[in-house]
Design a binder for this molecule. Structure first.
Ligand code: NAP
Ligand code: ZN
Length: 349
Protein backbone atom coordinates (compact mmCIF):
# COMPACT_ATOMS: atom_id res chain seq x y z
CA UNK A 1 0.00 0.00 0.00
CA UNK A 2 1.29 3.47 -0.92
CA UNK A 3 1.43 6.11 1.82
CA UNK A 4 2.66 9.70 1.97
CA UNK A 5 5.94 10.37 3.71
CA UNK A 6 8.66 12.99 4.11
CA UNK A 7 12.26 12.11 3.39
CA UNK A 8 15.47 12.98 1.57
CA UNK A 9 17.10 11.63 -1.61
CA UNK A 10 20.66 12.56 -0.56
CA UNK A 11 22.55 13.78 2.50
CA UNK A 12 22.93 17.30 1.14
CA UNK A 13 19.28 17.59 0.03
CA UNK A 14 16.36 18.89 2.09
CA UNK A 15 13.57 16.51 3.07
CA UNK A 16 10.58 16.61 0.72
CA UNK A 17 7.24 14.86 0.20
CA UNK A 18 7.50 11.36 -1.26
CA UNK A 19 5.46 8.17 -1.40
CA UNK A 20 6.54 4.86 0.12
CA UNK A 21 5.12 1.33 0.22
CA UNK A 22 4.06 -0.42 3.41
CA UNK A 23 3.61 -4.21 3.45
CA UNK A 24 0.17 -5.74 4.02
CA UNK A 25 0.03 -6.85 7.67
CA UNK A 26 1.21 -10.45 8.20
CA UNK A 27 -0.20 -12.80 10.87
CA UNK A 28 1.81 -11.15 13.69
CA UNK A 29 1.78 -7.58 12.36
CA UNK A 30 0.08 -4.46 13.64
CA UNK A 31 -0.79 -1.76 11.10
CA UNK A 32 -0.73 1.71 12.64
CA UNK A 33 -2.13 5.06 11.49
CA UNK A 34 0.58 7.44 12.68
CA UNK A 35 -0.81 10.51 14.47
CA UNK A 36 2.46 12.16 15.58
CA UNK A 37 6.21 11.60 15.25
CA UNK A 38 8.94 13.31 17.26
CA UNK A 39 12.07 14.77 15.64
CA UNK A 40 15.18 13.25 17.28
CA UNK A 41 18.70 14.60 16.69
CA UNK A 42 19.53 11.07 15.46
CA UNK A 43 17.12 11.67 12.53
CA UNK A 44 19.25 14.64 11.50
CA UNK A 45 22.57 12.75 11.94
CA UNK A 46 21.26 9.89 9.76
CA UNK A 47 19.40 11.76 7.00
CA UNK A 48 22.31 14.17 6.51
CA UNK A 49 24.70 11.17 6.30
CA UNK A 50 26.69 12.42 9.29
CA UNK A 51 26.56 8.81 10.52
CA UNK A 52 27.94 6.05 8.32
CA UNK A 53 25.85 4.11 5.81
CA UNK A 54 22.70 6.12 5.12
CA UNK A 55 20.53 4.57 2.38
CA UNK A 56 18.49 6.93 0.22
CA UNK A 57 15.69 7.74 0.02
CA UNK A 58 15.80 8.06 3.81
CA UNK A 59 12.59 8.56 5.81
CA UNK A 60 13.57 9.17 9.46
CA UNK A 61 11.39 9.11 12.58
CA UNK A 62 11.41 6.72 15.57
CA UNK A 63 9.20 8.50 18.09
CA UNK A 64 5.91 7.24 16.69
CA UNK A 65 2.44 7.30 18.24
CA UNK A 66 -0.92 6.54 16.68
CA UNK A 67 -3.87 4.21 16.51
CA UNK A 68 -4.05 0.59 15.44
CA UNK A 69 -5.75 0.39 12.02
CA UNK A 70 -5.66 -3.40 11.56
CA UNK A 71 -4.05 -6.50 13.08
CA UNK A 72 -2.91 -9.84 11.65
CA UNK A 73 -4.78 -13.10 12.35
CA UNK A 74 -2.47 -14.18 15.22
CA UNK A 75 -2.26 -10.86 17.07
CA UNK A 76 -3.94 -11.14 20.49
CA UNK A 77 -2.65 -8.13 22.40
CA UNK A 78 -3.86 -5.27 20.18
CA UNK A 79 -7.16 -4.28 18.58
CA UNK A 80 -8.07 -1.68 15.97
CA UNK A 81 -8.45 1.69 17.70
CA UNK A 82 -5.85 1.05 20.44
CA UNK A 83 -3.41 3.89 21.18
CA UNK A 84 0.10 2.57 20.55
CA UNK A 85 3.69 3.63 20.06
CA UNK A 86 6.71 2.47 18.07
CA UNK A 87 10.19 3.46 19.14
CA UNK A 88 13.61 2.78 17.62
CA UNK A 89 13.22 -1.01 17.20
CA UNK A 90 10.96 -2.80 14.68
CA UNK A 91 12.58 -6.25 14.71
CA UNK A 92 15.37 -8.39 16.23
CA UNK A 93 16.46 -12.04 16.08
CA UNK A 94 14.03 -12.93 18.96
CA UNK A 95 16.16 -15.84 20.31
CA UNK A 96 19.63 -14.63 21.33
CA UNK A 97 20.55 -14.02 24.98
CA UNK A 98 19.89 -10.27 24.57
CA UNK A 99 16.40 -10.84 23.11
CA UNK A 100 15.63 -13.42 25.80
CA UNK A 101 16.68 -10.89 28.46
CA UNK A 102 14.34 -8.30 26.93
CA UNK A 103 17.33 -6.29 25.69
CA UNK A 104 16.45 -6.35 21.98
CA UNK A 105 18.31 -3.02 21.72
CA UNK A 106 21.60 -4.94 22.14
CA UNK A 107 20.69 -7.84 19.79
CA UNK A 108 23.19 -8.07 16.91
CA UNK A 109 20.19 -8.57 14.64
CA UNK A 110 18.28 -5.53 15.87
CA UNK A 111 16.42 -3.78 13.07
CA UNK A 112 16.04 -0.06 13.66
CA UNK A 113 12.92 1.79 12.61
CA UNK A 114 14.77 3.45 9.72
CA UNK A 115 17.88 2.69 7.64
CA UNK A 116 18.12 -1.02 8.58
CA UNK A 117 17.84 -3.97 6.15
CA UNK A 118 14.36 -5.41 5.54
CA UNK A 119 12.74 -7.65 2.91
CA UNK A 120 10.19 -4.84 2.40
CA UNK A 121 10.71 -2.34 -0.42
CA UNK A 122 13.02 -0.55 -0.95
CA UNK A 123 15.27 -2.91 1.11
CA UNK A 124 15.79 -0.75 4.17
CA UNK A 125 13.39 0.39 6.88
CA UNK A 126 11.56 3.71 6.54
CA UNK A 127 10.49 5.59 9.66
CA UNK A 128 7.69 7.59 11.16
CA UNK A 129 7.68 10.71 9.00
CA UNK A 130 4.88 8.85 7.18
CA UNK A 131 1.15 8.18 7.39
CA UNK A 132 1.33 4.51 8.38
CA UNK A 133 3.72 1.83 9.58
CA UNK A 134 3.42 -1.97 9.87
CA UNK A 135 5.34 -3.63 12.72
CA UNK A 136 5.53 -7.08 14.37
CA UNK A 137 3.42 -7.07 17.54
CA UNK A 138 6.46 -7.75 19.80
CA UNK A 139 7.76 -4.22 19.15
CA UNK A 140 4.45 -2.37 19.63
CA UNK A 141 4.05 -0.39 22.88
CA UNK A 142 0.81 0.35 24.69
CA UNK A 143 0.03 3.98 25.58
CA UNK A 144 -1.93 4.59 28.78
CA UNK A 145 -1.72 8.41 28.85
CA UNK A 146 -4.93 10.35 28.12
CA UNK A 147 -5.41 10.81 24.39
CA UNK A 148 -5.09 14.63 24.63
CA UNK A 149 -1.43 14.09 25.58
CA UNK A 150 -0.66 11.86 22.61
CA UNK A 151 1.61 14.30 20.73
CA UNK A 152 3.65 14.95 23.89
CA UNK A 153 3.98 11.20 24.51
CA UNK A 154 5.74 10.63 21.15
CA UNK A 155 9.23 11.73 22.35
CA UNK A 156 9.09 9.20 25.20
CA UNK A 157 9.60 6.48 22.57
CA UNK A 158 13.24 7.53 22.08
CA UNK A 159 14.24 10.50 24.27
CA UNK A 160 12.31 9.00 27.22
CA UNK A 161 13.64 5.45 27.09
CA UNK A 162 17.21 6.51 26.21
CA UNK A 163 17.44 8.48 29.45
CA UNK A 164 15.25 6.18 31.61
CA UNK A 165 17.30 3.05 30.86
CA UNK A 166 20.70 4.31 32.18
CA UNK A 167 19.00 6.03 35.14
CA UNK A 168 17.55 2.64 36.11
CA UNK A 169 20.70 0.68 35.26
CA UNK A 170 22.76 2.89 37.60
CA UNK A 171 20.10 2.69 40.35
CA UNK A 172 19.10 6.32 40.47
CA UNK A 173 16.77 7.14 43.35
CA UNK A 174 16.52 9.07 46.60
CA UNK A 175 19.91 10.02 48.05
CA UNK A 176 21.65 9.97 44.65
CA UNK A 177 23.10 13.08 43.01
CA UNK A 178 22.59 13.00 39.24
CA UNK A 179 23.86 15.39 36.58
CA UNK A 180 22.21 15.74 33.18
CA UNK A 181 24.39 17.37 30.52
CA UNK A 182 22.68 19.17 27.60
CA UNK A 183 19.09 20.33 27.91
CA UNK A 184 17.72 19.24 24.56
CA UNK A 185 15.22 16.53 23.65
CA UNK A 186 17.00 13.79 25.63
CA UNK A 187 18.29 16.03 28.40
CA UNK A 188 14.93 17.57 29.32
CA UNK A 189 13.47 14.06 29.67
CA UNK A 190 16.51 13.00 31.72
CA UNK A 191 15.82 15.86 34.15
CA UNK A 192 12.11 15.01 34.47
CA UNK A 193 12.75 11.29 34.94
CA UNK A 194 15.66 11.61 37.41
CA UNK A 195 13.53 14.03 39.43
CA UNK A 196 10.54 11.64 39.39
CA UNK A 197 12.85 8.81 40.53
CA UNK A 198 13.69 10.91 43.60
CA UNK A 199 17.28 11.96 42.87
CA UNK A 200 18.92 15.34 43.49
CA UNK A 201 19.23 16.64 39.92
CA UNK A 202 21.78 19.11 38.56
CA UNK A 203 21.31 20.29 34.98
CA UNK A 204 24.37 21.30 32.95
CA UNK A 205 23.79 23.63 30.04
CA UNK A 206 25.84 25.77 27.67
CA UNK A 207 22.86 28.12 27.35
CA UNK A 208 22.46 30.72 30.11
CA UNK A 209 18.92 31.28 28.81
CA UNK A 210 17.85 27.75 29.86
CA UNK A 211 18.67 28.34 33.54
CA UNK A 212 15.10 29.12 34.72
CA UNK A 213 13.54 26.53 32.42
CA UNK A 214 15.76 23.75 33.79
CA UNK A 215 14.44 24.45 37.29
CA UNK A 216 10.87 24.28 35.95
CA UNK A 217 11.66 20.88 34.42
CA UNK A 218 12.61 19.53 37.84
CA UNK A 219 16.31 20.31 38.28
CA UNK A 220 17.33 21.20 41.85
CA UNK A 221 20.34 23.18 40.60
CA UNK A 222 21.59 24.46 37.26
CA UNK A 223 25.22 24.88 36.19
CA UNK A 224 26.28 26.81 33.12
CA UNK A 225 29.11 24.54 32.02
CA UNK A 226 31.16 27.37 30.49
CA UNK A 227 31.54 28.85 33.98
CA UNK A 228 34.61 27.23 35.65
CA UNK A 229 33.70 28.44 39.14
CA UNK A 230 30.20 26.98 38.97
CA UNK A 231 31.68 23.69 37.73
CA UNK A 232 34.34 23.57 40.47
CA UNK A 233 31.68 23.92 43.17
CA UNK A 234 30.45 20.40 42.24
CA UNK A 235 33.87 18.64 42.17
CA UNK A 236 33.87 14.96 43.27
CA UNK A 237 30.16 14.95 44.15
CA UNK A 238 28.10 13.04 41.55
CA UNK A 239 26.96 9.42 41.59
CA UNK A 240 25.94 9.58 37.93
CA UNK A 241 26.29 12.05 35.09
CA UNK A 242 24.10 11.41 32.05
CA UNK A 243 25.68 13.11 29.06
CA UNK A 244 23.30 13.78 26.13
CA UNK A 245 25.44 16.25 24.17
CA UNK A 246 25.27 15.78 20.39
CA UNK A 247 28.75 17.25 19.66
CA UNK A 248 32.36 16.39 20.65
CA UNK A 249 33.40 18.18 23.83
CA UNK A 250 35.81 17.97 26.80
CA UNK A 251 34.76 14.93 28.87
CA UNK A 252 37.34 15.64 31.60
CA UNK A 253 35.40 18.72 32.68
CA UNK A 254 32.60 16.35 33.80
CA UNK A 255 34.63 13.30 34.91
CA UNK A 256 36.27 15.33 37.69
CA UNK A 257 32.79 16.05 39.08
CA UNK A 258 32.19 12.33 39.80
CA UNK A 259 32.78 11.05 43.31
CA UNK A 260 34.57 7.74 44.02
CA UNK A 261 33.00 4.96 41.92
CA UNK A 262 30.87 7.52 40.12
CA UNK A 263 29.87 6.92 36.52
CA UNK A 264 29.37 9.09 33.47
CA UNK A 265 27.17 7.49 30.81
CA UNK A 266 27.33 8.87 27.29
CA UNK A 267 24.10 8.73 25.30
CA UNK A 268 24.86 11.59 22.90
CA UNK A 269 26.24 10.16 19.65
CA UNK A 270 28.31 12.85 17.90
CA UNK A 271 29.33 12.30 14.29
CA UNK A 272 33.05 12.65 15.20
CA UNK A 273 34.69 11.24 18.38
CA UNK A 274 35.33 13.06 21.63
CA UNK A 275 39.01 13.55 22.49
CA UNK A 276 40.08 10.72 24.82
CA UNK A 277 39.69 11.76 28.46
CA UNK A 278 42.69 11.87 30.80
CA UNK A 279 43.07 8.35 32.20
CA UNK A 280 44.13 9.75 35.60
CA UNK A 281 40.64 11.22 35.99
CA UNK A 282 39.30 7.65 35.84
CA UNK A 283 41.89 5.76 37.91
CA UNK A 284 42.20 8.25 40.75
CA UNK A 285 38.66 7.67 42.01
CA UNK A 286 37.83 4.36 40.28
CA UNK A 287 35.43 6.32 38.08
CA UNK A 288 33.83 4.70 35.04
CA UNK A 289 32.81 5.99 31.64
CA UNK A 290 30.00 4.07 29.91
CA UNK A 291 27.57 4.21 27.02
CA UNK A 292 23.93 3.21 26.67
CA UNK A 293 21.66 2.70 23.67
CA UNK A 294 17.91 3.32 23.89
CA UNK A 295 16.29 0.45 25.88
CA UNK A 296 14.56 -2.89 25.42
CA UNK A 297 10.85 -3.31 24.67
CA UNK A 298 9.84 -4.40 28.20
CA UNK A 299 11.74 -1.48 29.74
CA UNK A 300 10.18 0.92 27.22
CA UNK A 301 6.72 -0.26 28.31
CA UNK A 302 7.79 0.13 31.96
CA UNK A 303 8.94 3.70 31.22
CA UNK A 304 5.69 4.57 29.39
CA UNK A 305 3.63 3.22 32.32
CA UNK A 306 5.85 5.06 34.83
CA UNK A 307 5.32 8.30 32.87
CA UNK A 308 1.55 7.76 32.61
CA UNK A 309 1.39 7.16 36.37
CA UNK A 310 3.48 10.24 37.20
CA UNK A 311 1.88 12.50 34.58
CA UNK A 312 5.16 12.88 32.67
CA UNK A 313 5.21 13.91 29.02
CA UNK A 314 7.67 15.78 26.84
CA UNK A 315 7.60 19.57 26.36
CA UNK A 316 6.93 19.91 22.65
CA UNK A 317 6.43 22.27 19.75
CA UNK A 318 4.04 20.79 17.19
CA UNK A 319 5.06 21.34 13.55
CA UNK A 320 3.71 20.61 10.08
CA UNK A 321 5.59 18.22 7.79
CA UNK A 322 6.66 21.14 5.60
CA UNK A 323 8.42 22.67 8.64
CA UNK A 324 10.76 19.68 9.18
CA UNK A 325 13.80 21.24 7.44
CA UNK A 326 13.38 24.49 9.36
CA UNK A 327 12.98 22.46 12.59
CA UNK A 328 16.34 20.76 11.95
CA UNK A 329 18.06 24.16 11.63
CA UNK A 330 16.42 25.36 14.84
CA UNK A 331 17.39 22.13 16.68
CA UNK A 332 21.03 22.72 15.67
CA UNK A 333 20.83 26.19 17.21
CA UNK A 334 19.28 24.79 20.40
CA UNK A 335 16.15 26.79 19.56
CA UNK A 336 13.50 24.29 20.70
CA UNK A 337 11.79 23.75 24.02
CA UNK A 338 12.44 20.82 23.93
CA UNK A 339 11.23 18.54 21.17
CA UNK A 340 9.67 19.16 17.77
CA UNK A 341 6.81 16.77 17.03
CA UNK A 342 5.31 16.40 13.56
CA UNK A 343 1.53 16.43 13.19
CA UNK A 344 1.34 13.54 10.71
CA UNK A 345 -2.16 14.63 9.61
CA UNK A 346 -0.28 17.32 7.62
CA UNK A 347 1.14 14.56 5.36
CA UNK A 348 -2.33 13.99 3.85
CA UNK A 349 -3.27 15.37 0.44
P1 NAP B 1 19.20 17.96 20.92
O1 NAP B 1 17.75 18.14 21.20
O2 NAP B 1 19.82 18.71 19.81
O3 NAP B 1 19.97 18.27 22.32
C1 NAP B 1 21.36 18.22 22.45
C2 NAP B 1 21.78 19.28 23.49
O4 NAP B 1 23.20 19.18 23.67
C3 NAP B 1 21.54 20.71 23.07
O5 NAP B 1 20.24 21.16 23.35
C4 NAP B 1 22.57 21.48 23.88
O6 NAP B 1 22.09 21.67 25.20
C5 NAP B 1 23.72 20.50 23.97
N1 NAP B 1 24.75 20.80 22.96
C6 NAP B 1 24.64 20.79 21.62
N2 NAP B 1 25.81 21.11 21.03
C7 NAP B 1 26.68 21.28 22.02
C8 NAP B 1 28.07 21.60 22.05
N3 NAP B 1 28.77 21.80 20.94
N4 NAP B 1 28.66 21.66 23.26
C9 NAP B 1 27.96 21.46 24.40
N5 NAP B 1 26.64 21.18 24.41
C10 NAP B 1 26.02 21.08 23.24
O7 NAP B 1 19.52 16.43 20.63
P2 NAP B 1 18.82 15.10 21.21
O8 NAP B 1 17.73 14.68 20.29
O9 NAP B 1 18.57 15.28 22.64
O10 NAP B 1 19.98 14.04 20.98
C11 NAP B 1 21.24 14.20 21.65
C12 NAP B 1 22.23 13.18 21.13
O11 NAP B 1 21.84 11.87 21.58
C13 NAP B 1 22.34 13.08 19.61
O12 NAP B 1 23.70 12.87 19.27
C14 NAP B 1 21.53 11.84 19.28
O13 NAP B 1 21.91 11.23 18.08
C15 NAP B 1 21.87 10.97 20.46
N6 NAP B 1 20.91 9.89 20.74
C16 NAP B 1 21.42 8.75 21.25
C17 NAP B 1 20.58 7.71 21.60
C18 NAP B 1 21.14 6.47 22.23
O14 NAP B 1 20.47 5.44 22.18
N7 NAP B 1 22.30 6.54 22.85
C19 NAP B 1 19.21 7.85 21.40
C20 NAP B 1 18.72 9.02 20.89
C21 NAP B 1 19.57 10.06 20.57
P3 NAP B 1 22.40 23.02 26.03
O15 NAP B 1 21.87 24.14 25.21
O16 NAP B 1 21.64 22.81 27.30
O17 NAP B 1 23.88 23.07 26.25
ZN1 ZN C 1 16.07 9.09 18.77
Amino acid sequence: MLVNAYGAHAGDQPLEPLQITRRAPGAHDVQIDIAFCGICHSDLHQVRAEWYGTQFPCVPGHEIVGRVAAVGAHVDGFRPGDLVGIGCIVDSCKHCADCEDGLENYCDGMIGTYNFPTPDAPGWTLGGYSQQIVVHERYVLRIRHPEEQLAAVAPLLCAGITTYSPLRHWNVGPGKKVGVVGIGGLGHMGIKLAHALGAHVVAFTTSDSKREAALQLGADEVVVSRNAEEMAAHAKSFDLILNTVAAPHDLDAFLVLLKRDGNMTLVGAPATPHASPNVFNLIMKRRTLAGSMIGGIAETQEMLDFCAEHGIVSDIELVRADQINESYERMLKGDVKYRFVIDNATLAG
